[in-house]
Design a protein around this ligand. Structure first.
Ligand SMILES: Nc1ncnc2c1ncn2[C@@H]1O[C@H](COP(=O)(O)OP(=O)(O)OP(=O)(O)O)[C@@H](O)[C@H]1O
Length: 818
């Protein structure tokens, strides 16, 4: 079953990630017994569903890390210690804030603790959850990233509701799910904006603070015990930042363990932290519980004792960051004249020494301080308690539920987002009206031959090309997918299927409307079947472009780059479609084989060349041509050989056995002038037609047998075009197809359409593979390369850069670093 495979694979990948990186092993509840300290009713239900075991013991999350070092490899093969010897802990009911200047390693610490380190990062040290070395798999811990990747067209309530439907078990009644959604909305203080859309480029939505709270709401929906947040207050005004922090504290008070990196908190926000972990250059400057006044006092005392007292009226967090932010050294170095003198005259001890020195003093003070010993003792104490570790295992909705809810959500998003398809519909109609006006009622005049060719080439070349305009929306979709995927909301297969299904109605609408406008204005080949083929082919081509662009979006998350790459690929496909260079003239190596066969344009226009062009003729039809038919004889017997010129057999009287034969083949493989065209008949049966029986008459009958392919064939086959001068016979479409556009007329156009349709499937499979590749294989390769670089460096320079953990594989997850 796909879902099983999907889930199994993701857990396997996640397992590999965590296991390799931190010697972490899975811990499942075992034995029987009663619950379950710190577990909400919902969590208990979910986990029991999942594990079908009685939950034992206290399931609160107690996280400890000891001597944690993270080393990254840089592009030049150098290594950099991003974190060095960190020790700390986080307990249930507490809100731990990681503070430090930019680049101090806050995000890396969060990533390390949540098993999300980048592939080129190597970790050593011990991380324990409830006293066990284990991986934090999807759903056990929630991670709220810095970016609010939300679907802009949904309301807050819808966003949370879809998330609930996607992740909670199918068996759970909707009333229960709704109650949970509503309680989450209340918990996050989102009641006032619950029915407001999130907002996007054209929809005015909720504020930045509210978006942050929605992101958090989505992650706490399934009541994880451990919550990581990367800069939840960045970009918010002080009131919003305060409110978000207060909410986080309330979540912690509910028995959860909350760890957040916070860049520069206001003094009000600062007072809300239960624990403060101060980092500078990847080292611990200070770590203490600070929830009571007395402890905050000790904190001030620590800085004062180290020689950097916090001046009255200065925001404490500003002061601590001022002490450890080495950027101030650079600022001072650039100061000139009176500004420099003012600094030198200042009483502030920080002005007297460089920040690097201040950091050294602080780190040394902390190492030898009581706080450091207390922290280590506490880590030891917590580590000894082997608590229960539960794994909620991500989404518990079935694969079909996930695919259905995702399709529905995506469909609603597409229908509400003007930029997704509606704008494209308008542009398509405008462009096709332009095409229709320019080629209006193109007719069957001599000049219309090429006009028809260029019209369909434009439609299937440029009009389908315009579908790359949807790329920015795909990138947005991918961002939402990556956030949700990383938090275990659903599987890749469900996403790929839903993405395909939800777009289908819009693409059908766009291509059928635009195609109809074009078809009837230009008056392409009459007949419903020809019309249907035209619009179906347009739909198939646009869907191929969409699928191609989705595949690109899965590996190129930047929309400018993606559009350039997509445009480049399509440009090459167009070049080899046979319109800009005739198929026979396209260089065989690479361009014709295989490029033109990979190009969907080629199949859409079907500019194929067959070595021996063939027409199928039916004897009786030839006879029907009438007076001109005199003789019908087998190959060679009555062929008039005109010395390399056209060989036409004179038909005296139709032989009876000929009538019983259904078809025969008339082949042209050498060109001889005939009525303004080049023909030579060889092989099989040949016909001589006495004028006034014209070439046109013969071909009229042959039209019954010639099969059409692609758009050229769809449009030209069966039509007769004026010749250059009125006295010359009309030119049959088939002749043009064979000799002007070099098309293989032997294959059905429906086969060509099915090739394009199968390309959709192929690109969707590529899309799936790309996602899996970037999830599983790319990080492995990057990790391998990083290790190789370090090994080479070691070998070359004979230095020992590798810490203990360097031989471990890195995490397989790398989205956090994208
Ligand atoms: N995977 C990596 N590859 C290379 N360098 C890395 C990697 N991860 C972190 N670093 C480097 O480590 C340092 C710390 O980065 P990190 O993102 O943890 O800092 P931060 O404190 O969260 O900063 P900010 O507040 O600006 O987000 C930076 O100099 C960063 O460039």
């Amino acid at each position: 079953m796909p879902y099983e495979t999907e889930k199994t694979k993701s857990s396997a990948a996640a397992a590999a990630a965590g296991h390799a990186m931190m010697e972490i092993e899975a811990g499942k509840p075992s034995g029987n017994g009663v619950v379950a300290g710190g577990l909400s009713h919902l969590s208990e239900t979910l986990w029991r569903e999942k594990t079908s075991l009685e939950i034992v013991g206290d399931v609160s999350a107690r996280l400890t890390w000891k001597d944690l070092t993270v080393m990254v490899t840089l592009n030049n093969g150098e290594t950099q210690k991003v974190l060095e010897g960190l020790t700390g802990y986080a307990e249930p009911g507490t809100f731990t804030a990681l503070m430090g200047p930019s680049g101090s390693g806050k995000s890396t610490l969060l990533d390390a603790l949540s098993s999300r380190l980048a592939a080129n990062a190597f970790l050593s040290g011990t991380i324990l959850l409830n006293g066990r070395k284990r991986k934090l798999s999807f759903g056990t811990a929630a991670y709220v990233t810095q970016d609010d990747n939300l679907i802009g067209t949904l309301t807050v309530r819808e966003t949370i509701s879809y998330s609930a439907r996607l992740r909670l078990p199918d068996k759970m009644a909707w009333s229960e799910k709704r109650a949970l959604v509503e309680s989450t909305i209340i918990e996050m203080g989102l009641q006032d904006c619950a029915d407001t859309v999130i907002g996007n480029w054209h929809l005015r939505g909720i504020s930045g603070g509210e978006k942050r709270r929605v992101s958090i709401a989505l992650e706490i929906l399934t009541r994880p015990r451990l919550l990581f947040l990367d800069e939840p207050t960045s970009g918010l005004d002080s009131a919003s930042a305060f409110f978000v922090t207060q909410t986080l504290r309330a979540l912690a008070r509910d028995g959860r363990t909350v760890i957040a990196s916070i860049h520069q908190p206001s003094s009000e926000v600062f007072e809300l932290f239960d624990q403060l972990y101060l980092l500078s250059s990847g080292k611990t400057v200070y770590f203490v519980k600070q929830s009571s006044d007395e402890r905050i006092g000790r904190f001030f005392q620590f800085f004062a004792q180290a020689g950097f007292p916090c001046p009255a009226l200065r925001n404490p967090s500003d002061h601590f960051l001022r002490c450890i932010n080495s950027d101030f050294d650079k600022v001072k170095a650039t100061l000139k004249g009176s500004m420099e003198l003012r600094f030198e005259a200042s009483d502030d001890p920080l002005e007297k020494i460089t920040t690097a020195e201040a950091i050294r003093v602080l780190i040394d003070s902390y190492r030898s301080s009581q706080h450091s010993y207390a922290a280590r003792e506490k880590v030891e104490e917590i580590s000894k308690v082997k608590g229960t570790v539960l794994d909620s295992g991500g989404s518990q909705a079935s694969f079909f539920m996930q695919a259905f809810q995702l399709s529905k959500r995506s469909f609603i998003n597409m229908s509400r987002d003007f930029g997704y398809y509606w704008l494209r519909l308008v542009i398509y109609i405008v462009v096709t009206v332009c095409i229709g006006t320019i080629y209006l009622n193109v007719g069957t005049g001599y000049s219309s031959i090429l006009a028809r060719g260029s019209c369909v080439s434009f439609v299937f070349g440029f009009v389908t090309f315009m579908s790359i305009g949807g790329f920015p929306s795909f990138v947005e979709d991918m961002k939402v997918f990556q956030r949700e995927r990383l938090n275990g909301h659903y599987g890749v297969t469900a996403f790929v299927i839903s993405n395909t299904l939800s777009a289908m109605p819009f693409l059908i609408l766009i291509t059928f409307l635009a195609g109809t406008v074009c078809y009837f204005m230009v008056r392409l080949h009459p007949g419903f079947e020809h019309y249907l083929f035209f619009v179906l082919c347009l739909y198939a081509c646009v869907t191929v472009v969409e699928s191609l662009m989705m595949a690109i979006a899965s590996i190129v998350p930047n929309f400018l780059m993606g559009i350039i790459i997509g445009a480049g690929i399509q440009g090459i496909f167009m070049l080899v479609s046979g319109y800009f260079r005739l198929p026979n003239d396209i260089p065989k190596l690479v361009w014709r084989y295989p490029m033109s066969y990979i190009s969907f344009h080629f199949w859409a226009l079907q500019l194929d060349h067959h070595l021996s062009n063939e027409f199928l003729l039916r004897y009786n039809n030839v006879r029907k041509v009438g007076d001109g038919v005199r003789t019908l004889e087998k190959d060679g017997s009555s062929i008039v050989n005109t010395g390399g010129a056209l060989k036409w057999a004179r038909i005296e009287s139709p032989p009876s056995e000929a009538l019983s034969l259904p078809t025969s083949i008339l082949r042209y493989d050498e060109q001889t002038p005939f009525n303004g065209f080049s023909y030579r008949a060889v092989d099989a049966f040949v016909f001589d037609i006495d004028l006034p029986l014209s070439f046109q008459d013969i071909m009229l009958s042959s039209n019954n047998f010639a099969r059409g392919q692609g758009q050229y064939q769809n449009d030209l086959s069966g039509l007769l075009f004026d010749n250059q001068t009125p006295d010359l016979p009309k030119i049959p479409g088939e002749y043009i197809l064979e000799n002007v556009f070099q098309i293989n007329t032997a294959r059905s156009k429906w086969i060509d359409l099915s090739v394009i349709l199968s390309m959709i499937v192929v690109y969707r499979i590529i899309f799936f593979i790309m996602i899996k590749f970037s999830e599983d294989v790319t990080p492995w390769i990057r990790g391998y390369m990083a290790r190789r670089k370090i090994q080479q460096k070691n070998g070359n320079q004979n230095t020992t850069v590798a810490p203990d953990g360097l031989t471990q594989s890195p995490s397989l997850r790398n989205y956090a670093r994208r």
